[in-house]
Write a protein that binds this ligand. Structure first.
Ligand code: DC
Length: 212
């Protein structure tokens, strides 16, 4: 079984994806980490964020072991990742790693921006997890504070809006809801309620497929 979960930054998709994977005994890949690790490698090379050639080289050299670094969750790396992710060649270089992960026999949950629309268009279940920009900024502000990266709410909200615009506005595999995805709005939900709603949505899709 393949479950594709997409959504904007801080929508709760990672939390929901991890819990759904644990619930069904599936492997989980946070595909944002691929773009974050690529961005971190570009930075390490000393190249500019908008250097597409450096991005391509970094994406081609990426290994699964590069995804474990907690530094990748850093706010600035997220911003760089969003810039690098707009380059079609960078995206192309990361396709195989994602599709190979999805194809594993145990089944998989992948979360990102283009999983249901592009990486796994035939996924068994697709969810689109979202929340209002203000709520996502509130969550991200708390998260950053807990990680010792305290940032004013207004700045976080501006970051979120900029990232939404870039991720949705790019021409290569932009963030958008797949036609056959189930929408999960977590604005009014805490983590536990979002997880429960996510699992209920998967169950409903699986039941409807059994009935076919
Ligand atoms: O989900 P995240 O915040 O860790 O992702 C960081 C950036 O990576 C995001 O702003 C856009 C890019 N990304 C993407 O383009 N496609 C994906 N499937 C996952 C992430």
């Amino acid at each position: 079984m393949i479950i594709a979960i997409d959504g904007p930054a801080a929508s709760g998709k990672g939390t929901v994806a991890k819990a759904i994977a644990a619930h069904y005994g599936l492997e989980h890949l946070d595909t944002g980490l691929l773009y974050r690790a690529t961005a971190a490698a570009v930075r390490k090379m000393g190249a500019a964020a908008d250097d597409a050639q450096a991005g391509l080289r970094a994406a081609r050299e990426l290994k699964a072991g590069d995804l474990a670094d907690t530094f990748l969750r850093n706010r600035h790396i997220g911003e760089l990742a969003s810039i690098i992710a707009a380059f079609p060649a960078v995206r192309e270089a990361l396709i195989t790693m994602q599709r190979d992960f999805a194809a594993r026999e145990t089944g998989a949950v992948l979360d990102g921006r283009d999983i249901g629309t592009f990486i796994c268009p035939d996924a068994d279940v697709k969810l689109f997890v979202t929340a209002s920009p203000e709520e996502r900024a509130r969550r991200r502000t708390l998260e950053l504070e807990a990680r010792g990266e305290a940032t004013p709410y207004g700045e976080v909200l501006a970051d979120i809006r900029k990232r939404d615009e870039r991720d949705s506005g790019r021409s290569a595999a932009p963030l958008k809801m797949a036609e056959d995805a189930v929408l999960l709005d977590t604005t009014e939900l805490d983590a536990q309620a979002a997880i429960a709603a996510g699992i209920a949505a998967v169950e409903a899709v699986l039941r409807s497929q059994q009935g076919q």
